[in-house]
Design a binder for this molecule. Structure first.
Ligand code: ATP
Length: 241
């Protein structure tokens, strides 16, 4: 059974059809990257999966339950955690305090403050610092840590490398790779194609709200992906699944 199953999802901003009738399934333990140009609808889709933006039509089933219209605070309790674009930390709270906010989801599991600090060791020396005084890479790590503290079954990561230095991106992705090895199911939106291909099992390319290419990340050819990215390709599926 799929962990998350999306059917004919239509999500709008007013009259704008940001996500246009998308369908896909994600299995437990899978890592799926959504790629595509600015404005393709990736963030809107992720927010709809998290319940932060309710769809106009279509359905989202999570662990076999229909959650299409379930709001975000209840979806967190059922195991869906979103690391939003721009991190959205509380700048005047410390690293530890920001992370403890994840406990509000009231979910038990292996992730505790100590195990999260082990997975994100760059945070250990700054655990008492205010979030607003951290570097971009450290802030991104806090945002991921806060999501882990909810003990999610599904982790949604939106543009986690945006605005970070290459060294900071390496650290953040080292943590993501640890999560993948631990069996976490991850859906990420990533502008950086190389990172997306390297980390994901499967790649889904969006263009103007629709899926234009989908396949195993390692078997898609670079030219197929870039064609789809810019609307030059025609194949919906490649590389099998
Ligand atoms: P980016 O990489 O720029 O974040 P994206 O693929 O994540 O792009 P979305 O941010 O989901 O795309 O945007 C999809 C479409 O919806 C775009 O046309 C965008 O302008 C529009 N849009 C996004 N957010 C809003 C909003 N709050 N109000 C109105 N239109 C919006």
């Amino acid at each position: 059974m799929s962990l998350i199953s999306v059917r004919d999802l239509e999500v709008r901003h007013g009259l704008l059809r940001a996500v246009r009738g998308i369908s896909f399934d994600i299995a437990k333990g899978e890592t799926v990257a959504f790629v595509g140009a600015n404005g393709a609808g990736k963030t809107t889709l992720l927010r709809a999966l998290a319940g932060a933006h309710l769809p106009l039509s279509g359905s989202v089933a999570f662990s076999g339950s229909n959650v299409t219209m379930v709001p975000s605070h209840l979806r967190v309790r059922s195991g869906i955690a979103l690391v939003p674009e721009g991190r959205r930390l509380f700048g005047d709270l410390s690293v530890t305090e920001n992370m403890l906010l994840g406990r509000a989801a009231h979910r038990s599991g292996n992730w505790t403050l100590d195990s999260v600090m082990e997975a994100l060791p760059q945070l250990k020396p700054v655990r008492n610092a205010l979030a607003k005084n951290l570097s971009g890479g450290q802030q991104q790590a806090v945002a991921i840590g806060r999501a882990l503290m909810t003990n999610p079954a599904l982790l949604l990561l939106d543009e986690i490398s945006l605005g970070l230095s290459p060294a900071a991106i390496d650290l953040v992705y080292a943590a993501i790779n640890k999560l993948i090895k631990a069996g976490t199911t991850i859906v990420l939106v990533e502008q950086n194609l190389d990172r997306a291909i390297a980390v994901a099992d499967r790649l889904i390319c969006m263009l103007e709200g629709s899926v234009v290419l989908e396949g195993q990340a390692k078997s898609l050819e670079r030219v197929q992906i870039t064609n789809a990215y810019f609307g030059l390709g025609s194949s919906r599926r490649a590389g099998g699944h």
